[in-house]
Design a protein around this ligand. Structure first.
Ligand code: ADP
Ligand code: MG
Length: 674
């Protein structure tokens, strides 16, 4: 498509500014959508204006603008205008352009916020247009996201030109689909998304572009999934054998675990590689599901690997798997950075001495060569970089891949965030778990909280105290953790405190964690680094400082660290009780122990934000769709994508061709997702 420089008023300098916003072509500009609109349709007589409102006024200039310098760098320009109903003072601050812009008798349109003090009425810094040049007043006007050196008027003017210049746009959504889902035509939509004639036109236009954006993304993800499924591998001939493993377990699997295991086994039996996400709340029992898969892989002559984000977590897996496979021929390796005699280990892995390899990202080191990796598991996937996860599967010939996450995501959202994966959900906890009793308290309760802590610790329990991560300043963050640690160590005699924070080396963290596990530490003061997966069964109290600063998902993860041994566990959030939002968030935490419910509430309360950000998943940034509030349109787009892939709706070959040309551009091939 045509370069942005083809537009009047775009020279090399402005082109550079636009390019920084990702706008290189006229089409890019067309898809630069307003973030909001200003309703400048209703004109008002001066008599009727109300204090604090935005108003459009058509008036006559009484006398030209007067300049009054109040102090250096502060000049006020003022003039009086009138209509049949009354008069109005117009004020601008430091706007030298208005000097000499008006003469007595000029008819001018104003739009701005009005102040009324008794009979005195004024409008401050309004936009204005001479009546004969009326353009952006009297309409619904777009408000664009701006950056330095761009103004609303500039972008709006360029946009008008771009729409003209682009001419008739070709429709690329198939007409059958548009009809079925009530989606308006592209030229109508393009005009009305930028310069809506009325708000109902705007609604149709917005629906179209949200639908379009989500549909193209869904199709792109589905296409990738199909491509993944083209990766051929040897099917596992025997998956029935999983029953042998299940029989040896000391407990009964939950229905959800059984379902996930059979979904995995069904994938194993195919001749294409599994790409599956196992989503389950903290404590839902994901580990045993992975172990069942590993048993099947072993029985079919393949190696398995599981990669965990920390050494201590990997070690817990090692202990856990050793127990699972006690009494079988399965040989388990434990490989991390600190493994002694790595050379021997590498050789044994290569020669197939080991059947299951457990470790940290040491598993993806160049030096590790697997004999025949058939099943690759990544635990706590959100702690790994995108590429690391891919690297593990690249260690085999299209091995089956399972990624496990304790970050529950509402289903509609996982359609997008994990759209190229199959999903198994553990939506049920093993029986007999007591929900963690959760309280939100203010600063005034601190003494009582400490007394409660002391009582429990003296009776042999362990606890965590979490202080928040301060994003702007890691040093400050560290300081806070240290201060709290020292304060608490002084306050409580006879209680052993430990300290853990993000600046510590992995080995240091692991060693603190080990001391905590071995009960050499009673209370662990920490930043959120403890969020992930480590199981310290004896800990039953979690105190969270400044809880209002955490996202609900993080709070829930943190809370998941306690109450793992059947004892009643407590989570006490010390929060500044300010604001409705904080209150609602704290209430949600106290009311529910269900990660899915909490993440849904979290989304509703604060939007997708960073936590569910698409970019961290390698997906393109949404131009218009809002993954939280556009759930309804997302469902339509998903159903339309199914129609298209399954060819259940009439689509001509030409329609298909131009649609998939668009789809092809959505996610570059080189991007690795999730
Ligand atoms: P997560 O999903 O958080 O990784 P884990 O796999 O660590 O959870 O399991 C948490 C605890 O639950 C472990 O101690 C495990 O032995 C236990 N567990 C798992 N499944 C069951 C079950 N079906 N019945 C009883 N306990 C179970
Ligand atoms: Mg786990």
């Amino acid at each position: 498509m045509e370069s942005i420089k083809a537009l009047n008023g775009v020279g090399p300098q402005r082109a550079k500014i636009l390019e920084k916003k990702g706008i290189k072509t006229v089409e890019d500009l067309l898809y630069y959508f307003p973030r909001d609109y200003e309703d400048r349709t209703k004109f008002c007589e001066i008599r009727d204006i109300k204090d604090g409102e935005n108003a459009c006024i058509s008036a006559t200039v009484y006398s030209p603008a007067r300049e009054a310098q109040i102090r250096k760098n502060f000049t006020i320009y003022s003039m009086t205008v009138f209509d049949e109903s009354g008069q109005l003072k117009v004020l601008w601050y430091n706007n030298r352009f208005v000097k000499g812009a008006f003469k007595t008798g000029d008819k001018v349109l104003f739009y701005g916020k009005v102040n009324v003090r008794g009979r005195h009425k004024e409008i401050e810094n309004p936009v204005y247009e001479k009546e004969e040049k009326q353009h952006f007043i009297g309409k619904i006007v777009p408000i664009y996201p701006l950056s330095k050196n761009l103004t609303q008027k500039m972008v709006a003017t360029l946009m008008e030109e771009a729409i003209k210049r682009a001419g008739e746009l070709e429709e690329y959504l198939p007409s059958g689909i548009r009809k079925k889902y009530g989606i308006c035509e592209i030229n109508f939509a393009m005009k009305n998304i930028h310069f809506p004639e009325n708000f109902s036109n705007y609604q149709s236009a917005r629906k179209r572009f949200v639908f379009e954006e989500l549909l193209l993304l869904r199709l792109a993800l589905m296409k990738r999934r199909v491509n993944n499924q083209n990766a051929l591998r040897t099917p596992f001939a025997d998956t029935e054998c999983v029953g042998e493993f299940i029989k040896t377990l000391p407990y009964q699997l939950t229905k959800a675990q059984t379902r996930a295991i059979s979904e995995i086994c069904a994938d194993f039996a195919k001749n294409t590689a599994m790409n599956r996400l196992l989503e389950g709340d903290v404590g839902s029992g994901k580990t045993v599901v992975a172990a069942a898969g590993m048993y099947v892989a072993f029985k079919n002559g393949f190696q398995s690997a599981i990669m965990a984000p920390t050494e201590i977590l990997a070690f817990q897996h090692f202990e856990c798997f050793s127990q699972f496979f006690d009494g079988t021929d399965i040989k388990i390796a434990f490989l991390t950075k600190s493994t002694k005699n790595k050379q021997k280990m590498y050789e044994d892995i290569k020669n197939g001495v080991y059947d299951i390899i457990i470790g940290t990202n040491a598993l993806i080191s160049d030096k590790v060569i697997y004999k025949n990796l058939g099943f690759a598991v990544t635990d706590e996937q959100h702690r790994f970089g995108v590429s690391q996860r891919a690297e593990l599967t690249e260690k085999g010939e299209n091995p089956n891949s399972l990624i496990m996450t304790a970050t529950p995501i509402p289903r509609t959202l996982s359609l997008i965030l994990y759209g190229d994966l199959d999903i198994s959900v553990l939506d049920e906890l093993p029986p007999g778990r007591k929900p963690v009793l959760t309280y939100a308290v203010g600063e005034d309760m601190r003494k009582r909280v400490y007394a409660f802590l002391e009582k429990n610790v003296k009776s042999g329990m362990q606890a965590y105290v979490v202080c928040p991560l301060i994003e702007e300043s890691e040093t400050q963050d560290l300081k806070n953790a240290k201060e709290l640690f020292e304060k608490l160590s002084k306050y409580f005699r006879g209680i052993k405190f430990g300290l853990m924070h993000g600046k510590m080396k992995a080995e240091e963290k692991d060693s603190v964690m080990r001391d905590f596990l071995d009960k050499k530490i009673d209370v662990l003061v920490s930043t959120t680094v403890i969020e992930v997966g480590v199981n310290v069964p004896n800990s039953n109290i979690m105190i969270i400082e400044n809880a209002e600063r955490f996202g609900l998902a993080t709070l829930h993860q943190l809370r998941g660290r306690v109450g793992r041994a059947g004892e009643q566990a407590y989570c006490i959030m010390i929060a500044e009780k300010s604001g409705e939002l904080v209150k609602k968030r704290m209430e949600t935490m106290c009311r529910s122990n269900d990660g899915f419910y909490i993440s849904e509430q979290d989304l509703k309360l604060r939007g997708p934000g960073d936590f569910f950000g698409t970019r961290q998943h390698g997906l393109p940034e949404m131009k218009i769709a809002n993954l939280v509030s556009d759930t309804d349109i997302l469902k339509l787009a998903d159903s339309a994508a199914e129609d298209i892939i399954k060819k259940s709706e009439q689509i001509s070959p030409y329609e298909e061709k131009i649609l998939f040309e668009k789809v092809g551009n959505v996610i570059p091939e080189s991007v690795v997702l999730n």
